[in-house]
Design a protein around this ligand. Structure first.
Ligand code: GLU
Length: 489
């Protein structure tokens, strides 16, 4: 098989959203799994809506997801430039060829005239389409129209025929060209129309497979006509289904965050997003749900992309994120959560290596509970706050009859310890529980007061983590304070 070349072709008119990020991922996975070439092409023909900020944000998000490109912005390549705004000459040349062959024509209709006939069609209840009134102008007619100051567009002469899209995901989808009006190849300002620019670029960039959203399916019918008119082979196409919200409506703001950048800010890991996005409309076939990017490359194939709509499920994304967080080393997780701890001023200056060692303990205690990185602030609160504030419930627990006995046993056992690591903390708690059991005190009656004394709360991290992070001195101090409270009548 010839070299596989695929592309992701975002229009920089918004941020990278969930739907498009799935398209970029599927293209990238396909290229990487087939030793193909992955191209990034910026489709900025719509100058009024395209911005450099959106372009930067899209590029940054693709990179953050861990996806790289072999040709495209910043790195160039043999088929550049990779910005459609810089390829006007090429589009014009190609349009001129179609004009010469009679496969396209100049249209002098003004915006107002087109709008008027569009409205009339709607009034008559028919689908508006260009009526072809400029399709057979004589040179004389054209001279006359130009003298009126009209600027022409170039339109494609849509042949009458059936068009079959051979979709790798959906099978054959048939269109009748009757419903397609002669569409614009080059606008009156000289810029190519969307469909023409896409086809010219896919043709000359030698794209072999086009994987894109289902919303482009009808465009593909137009593209097939254009590839044939230009004399280029039609690439293989695959249209992945739309991402929908849980209510089966198109995924939108009201379903929560829709852009990759928002998920990044909320503390989702790129590896988890990529894992989730892959499962949004694709499956490995064996029920497996947790993948690294490298594992996805090995498992990916186009024929396992589903044609039914993909329902976005935030709970599943959160679950996957938690799984990926648990797979990080403490060092990796610590450097990822530092910005969140700084944001709430738990950390104010660059931490020393000694402080980092302590923060790593906090992170280790938090790791099993985190759903997103930003949850670290809630989880770490206990360790950064100096003062305890016992509420009514906690005071109630501390007033229990057995509590002085529990806390004294805990205190005495702890006082005999040296440096405390997680294993020691676990053993220590076991020892305390065993000793108290022999006195008839067990379960909740043991752990509740110790937790209340150390943390001022009745639930939270596993107790051994608390002891591990606080260390011996702080634990002793807190137990003594609590003892004073429970011994005060
Ligand atoms: N620029 C188009 C978009 O952002 C993609 C076109 C294509 O993939 O062919 O929707």
């Amino acid at each position: 098989m010839k070299n596989i070349r695929v592309r992701f072709a975002p229009s920089p008119t918004g941020h990278l959203h969930i739907g498009a990020s799935r398209t970029v991922l599927f293209n990238w996975l396909f290229a990487r799994s087939q030793n193909g070439v992955f191209i990034l092409r910026i489709e900025d023909t719509d100058r009024s809506r395209s911005t450099i900020e959106f372009e930067r944000s899209i590029i940054e998000d693709i990179r953050w997801l861990g996806l790289d490109w072999d040709e495209g912005p910043e790195i160039g390549g043999d088929y550049g430039p990779y910005y459609q705004s810089e390829r006007r000459e090429l589009y014009k040349e190609m349009a001129d060829k179609l004009l010469e062959k009679g496969l396209a024509y100049r249209c002098y209709c003004t915006e107002n005239e087109l709008e008027r006939s569009r409205k009339e069609a709607l009034k008559r209840g028919v689908m508006p389409k260009y009526d072809g009134r400029c399709s057979n102008l004589t040179p004389e007619d054209e001279r006359h129209l130009i003298s009126e100051g009209r600027k022409p567009t170039i339109r494609f002469r849509v042949p009458e025929r059936k068009i079959v899209v051979h979709d790798l995901i959906r099978g054959d989808v048939e269109f009748d060209s009757n419903v397609i009006g002669d569409f614009i190849l080059i606008r009156s300002d000289g810029m190519a129309g969307f469909n023409f620019a896409v086809v010219v670029d896919d043709a000359v960039m030698k794209i072999t497979h086009v994987i894109r959203g289902e919303d482009h399916l009808a465009n593909t019918a137009r593209h097939i006509l254009l590839f044939e008119a230009l004399g280029y082979p039609v690439p293989k196409v695959a249209h992945n289904s739309m991402a929908l919200g849980p209510d089966h409506a198109k995924l939108s703001k009201r379903h929560g965050a829709t852009s990759i950048g928002e998920y990044r800010k909320q503390g989702f890991l790129p590896s988890a997003l990529v894992n989730y996005l892959a499962l949004l409309g694709w499956s490995s076939g064996d029920g497996r749900e947790i993948f690294t990017l490298q594992e996805l490359i090995r498992a990916f194939s186009i024929d396992r992309i589903s044609k039914s709509p993909a329902i976005f499920d935030i709970d599943k994304l959160k679950w996957i994120n938690g799984q990926h967080i648990r797979q990080l080393s403490i060092g990796e997780l610590t450097s990822l959560v530092l910005p969140y701890l700084k944001e709430v001023s738990y950390i104010v200056s660059e931490p020393s290596s000694e402080e980092i060692a302590w923060i790593e303990k906090v992170v280790e205690a938090a790791q099993t509970n985190l759903v997103t990185l930003s949850d670290v602030t809630e989880s770490a609160k206990l360790f950064f706050e100096e003062e305890l504030d016992y509420d009514e419930d906690v005071l109630g627990v501390l007033k229990g009859e057995q509590v002085p006995m529990v806390l004294k046993t805990f205190k005495e056992t702890l006082a005999k310890e040296g440096e405390i690591d997680i294993e020691k903390a676990k053993l220590l708690l076991k020892g305390v529980a065993a000793e108290l059991k022999s006195q008839g005190i067990k379960g909740k009656e043991v752990y509740h007061p110790i937790r209340a004394a150390l943390t001022g709360k009745l639930s939270g991290h596993e107790l051994f983590y608390v002891i591990f992070v606080f260390g011996k001195d702080k634990c002793l101090k807190r137990v003594e304070e609590a003892l004073r409270i429970c011994l005060t009548p």
